[in-house]
Design a protein around this ligand. Structure first.
Ligand SMILES: [Zn+2]
Length: 303
């Protein structure tokens, strides 16, 4: 059952395995909690999550640190935020593409499903993190403009694909721009360290209402954003009679398997498959999302 989204993401997530290392993926990951809330006095709603464990696991799996880890981790958060406002969405992909071949990072892809988030980075040929450990901003890694694409999967029918270009050094700006231009949603977003807060105007939200919500969020000091618990950060919205609406747990998790890899490889040409297989007729594929290695028999793919 090949869909548009499968073609967008799956061929890229299978690469010939070039390493001998053992799988680094662990299934014992701890979840972070996303809190959904309502701001009745501002006709707005929102979500907040501090993704400490997601960040730890993502950085461990991908061997990332410094600014690129930060950018990747915040992209994971961005896909969770997008999923949280996707009505009935079962899967939300966020893809950031460079529009210049000279940028060290060519693509950054993250994907959130209910409870799970995963992603990977496509580096430009010959580029490694070691050569670019001083890149500080989103444009430093991807150049500008950046093409911001989303795939929203409702679990039935064709996924909804949307793409827009924008220039900014801040991922939050790209998100706000996308939501406003492509989805006609008025939103404001804070991405600070491992914390994400998003507020969204609901139907009937006047300019005055929206200003109150944005003003409350802007008053949260950086020090609080950095270390405070999400519950205590939400007290900054007390004047708007904030109400908690529910919680969701998210973890960095990849659900790849030899069976899924085999399915995905059925779209490869016989020549491609032959070039990937060893003398014994096995293809060792590594998952770009979690770096697990799967050994697949050629005969299972062409069967
Ligand atoms: Zn995987």
């Amino acid at each position: 059952m090949a869909t548009k989204t499968d073609r967008l993401t799956t061929p890229d997530n299978i690469v010939p395995d070039e390493t001998d290392c053992e799988p680094t993926y662990s299934d014992k990951t701890v979840s972070d909690q996303l809190i959904r809330f309502l701001l009745p006095d501002a006709r707005a709603r929102g979500v907040i999550i501090r993704a400490t464990h997601i960040f730890e696991e993502a950085n461990r799996i991908h061997g990332l640190n410094g600014n690129i880890a930060h950018l990747f981790d915040q992209s994971l958060l961005a896909s969770i935020l997008l999923l949280s406002i996707s009505k009935g969405g079962t899967r939300q992909v966020l893809q950031l593409n460079s529009t210049t071949s000279s940028a060290p990072v060519q693509m950054l892809l993250t994907e959130a499903r209910q409870g799970d988030v995963r992603g990977f980075i496509n580096w430009a040929d010959g580029q490694t993190i070691l050569h670019h450990d001083d890149g500080e901003t989103l444009s430093g890694w991807l150049g500008k403009p950046v093409r911001f694409s989303t795939v929203r999967d409702l679990g039935f029918g064709q996924p909804y694909v949307s793409s827009i270009e924008h220039e900014s050094d801040f991922l939050a700006d790209h998100l706000i721009h996308y939501l406003h231009q492509s989805v006609q949603i008025r939103a404001d977003i804070v991405l600070h360290g491992d914390l994400a807060i998003m507020i969204e105007a609901m139907p009937g939200c006047s300019d005055d209402d929206w200003f109150k919500a944005v003003e409350s969020m802007a008053k949260i000091p950086n020090g609080v954003l950095e270390t405070a618990s999400t519950a205590s950060i939400l007290t900054y919205f007390n004047d708007l009679h904030i109400k908690q609406a529910g919680t969701d747990a998210y973890r960095y998790h990849c659900d790849c398997s030899p069976e899924k890899m085999t399915q995905a490889m059925k779209s490869f040409s016989p020549e491609q498959l032959a070039s990937l297989a060893d003398e014994a007729g096995n293809i060792t594929a590594s998952c770009q999302y979690c770096r697990s290695h799967h050994i697949i028999k050629l005969t299972q793919i062409v069967a």
